[in-house]
Design a protein around this ligand. Structure first.
Ligand SMILES: NC(=O)c1ccc[n+]([C@@H]2O[C@H](COP(=O)([O-])OP(=O)(O)OC[C@H]3O[C@@H](n4cnc5c(N)ncnc54)[C@H](O)[C@@H]3O)[C@@H](O)[C@H]2O)c1
Length: 352
C-alpha cells in the first residue's frame, strides 16, 4: 500500500524532497503540504498537484492519517514540527541540522522512541558515491588507522540570505548550516567514533556581504523585510574522538580567500584519501605515490537527495537500514553546541 506523505515547509529544499518522492511512483501518495506562509503552501501544492494545503502542520496532521512526513522548515521549527508529526503517528525525515541544539534534538529522539516511529536525518552527504567508496576503503583497511581528518567547506561569498543569518531561526551561521554536513560525513566515513573534546572559534568579521550578489550558492526562498545577520561568518574547530582520532573543521559563509573549497581529507598510517578529487596518497617502491581512482566518485545534489528519500521510504517499509538515525543527529548537535560553547569561553569543552 502507498505511504501517505505530508510536507512541512514549502521553501527551496522541499522541492528536492518532492523530486525524490515522485521518483518512487506508486509507493508514495502525496496527500498534503503546509507552510506558515500560506502563499508558499498554495504555490507548492499547485506546482505538484497536491490536493490539500494548510497554513500549519497541526491541522494537516489532524485531518489526514499520514505515514511519512518531510520536515523542511527553517531550523528553529524542526523540533516542534518533528515532534508533532511523530506524536501524530508519522515517520519523519527531518532536514539538517536536526535542531537548534542538543536539548531539542534529544527531545526529538525521545519522541520517536516513544511513538515507535522512524526519525531520519537529512544528512544527504551520506548518500553520495564518495561516501560509500570512502567508507568501503576505510572498512577494508586501505587507509590503515585513520588518525586525522581535515574537513573544509569554505565559501568566499555564500551567505544564503533569508532567515539563515537570523540566529533565532537558524541557531547559528556556517557551522550549523554547512559544517553539519562535513562533520557528519567525516565521522560517518571514520566509522562513527564518539566525540569527547572540542575546541572551537567563531568570527563575525565580514558579516552578510549582502552587497555582493555573485556567488551562485544556495539561497533561501524566504523573503525578509529587515535582513538580520547576528551569526558567525567563519567557524573553525578541532574535534577529538574516543578512538584518539582528531577532526579539524573550517567553514564559512564569507571569507577573503582565493578559492572556495568543499572537501575532506583523511589521513591513515597506510594511506591518505582526498574526496574531491578522489585520490589515495601513499608510498610505493621507496617513493611517495598518488593513486587516482577513476569513475563516478562524487556527490551529486539531486540524485543523492533521491537516494536519501528512497532510503527513508524503504526504511519505513522495512526494506532497508536507515542511513542517518536520530542518534547521529543528537551527537552532531552535541558537537556543534560544544564548538559554540568553546568559542564563547576560549576553552576546550567536553562532549557528554
Ligand atoms: N540538505 C541540504 O543540502 C540542504 C540544503 C538547503 C537547505 N537545507 C535545510 O532545509 C531547511 C529549509 O531550508 P530552505 O533553504 O528550504 O529554506 P526556505 O527559506 O527556502 O524555506 C523554509 C520554509 O519553511 C517555512 N516554515 C517555517 N516555519 C514553519 C512551520 N512551523 N511550519 C511550516 N512551515 C514553516 C517557511 O515559511 C519557508 O517557506 C533548513 O533546515 C536547511 O538547513 C538542507
Amino acid at each position: 500500500m502507498a505511504l501517505k506523505l505530508g510536507i512541512i515547509g514549502c521553501g527551496g529544499i522541499a522541492n528536492s524532497h518532492m523530486h525524490g518522492y515522485l521518483e518512487l511512483g506508486d509507493a508514495v501518495e502525496i496527500v498534503a503540504c503546509c507552510d506558515i506562509n500560506f502563499k508558499k503552501a498554495n504555490e507548492f501544492a499547485d506546482r505538484y498537484g497536491i490536493p490539500n494545503r494548510y497554513d500549519n502542520c497541526y491541522d494537516m496532521l489532524k485531518n489526514h492519517q499520514l505515514d511519512i512526513v518531510s520536515v523542511c522548515t527553517w531550523n528553529s521549527a524542526h523540533a516542534e514540527c518533528t515532534i508533532a508529526a511523530l506524536q501524530a503517528g508519522c515517520n519523519v525525515l527531518c532536514e539538517k541540522p536536526m535542531a537548534m541544539n542538543a536539548k531539542e534534538a534529544e527531545a526529538m529522539q525521545a519522541a520517536a522512541e516513544k511513538a515507535g516511529k522512524l526519525l531520519m536525518l537529512g544528512f544527504v552527504r551520506r548518500h553520495g558515491r564518495d561516501a560509500a567508496k570512502a567508507r568501503r576503503l576505510v572498512t577494508d583497511g586501505a587507509l590503515g588507522e585513520v588518525y586525522y581528518a581535515k574537513a573544509s567547506y569554505l565559501r568566499r561569498s555564500g551567505y544564503p540570505g533569508g532567515w539563515f543569518g537570523d540566529k533565532s531561526r537558524s541557531g547559528g551561521g556556517p557551522l550549523i548550516d554547512l559544517g553539519v554536513h562535513i562533520i557528519d560525513l567525516s565521522r560517518y566515513i571514520m566509522g562513527s567514533p564518539k566525540p569527547v573534546t572540542v575546541f572551537g572559534a567563531t568570527f563575525d568579521k565580514i558579516g552578510a556581504r549582502a552587497h555582493i550578489t555573485e556567488g551562485g550558492e544556495w539561497q533561501s526562498q524566504t523573503e525578509v523585510d529587515q535582513p538580520i545577520f547576528d551569526v558567525e561568518d567563519l567557524a573553525v574547530a578541532m574535534i577529538r574522538f574516543d578512538n584518539g582520532a582528531v577532526l579539524s573543521v573550517e567553514t564559512s559563509f564569507n571569507l577573503n580567500m582565493k578559492a572556495p573549497s568543499n572537501t575532506i581529507e583523511f589521513f591513515g598510517d597506510k594511506a591518505g584519501l582526498t574526496l574531491d578529487p578522489f585520490e589515495l596518497h601513499t608510498e610505493y617502491d621507496n617513493a611517495i605515490a598518488d593513486i587516482v581512482i577513476h569513475g563516478d566518485n562524487g556527490f551529486h545534489f539531486q540524485p543523492d537527495f533521491d537516494k536519501e528519500v528512497k532510503n527513508f521510504v524503504e526504511s519505513v517499509q522495512g526494506d532497508a537500514e536507515c542511513k542517518a538515525k536520530a542518534e547521529d543527529g543528537v551527537l552532531l548537535m552535541k558537537i556543534l553546541d560544544a564548538v559554540y560553547e568553546s568559542a564563547k569561553t576560549g576553552k576546550s569543552v567536553d562532549v557528554v
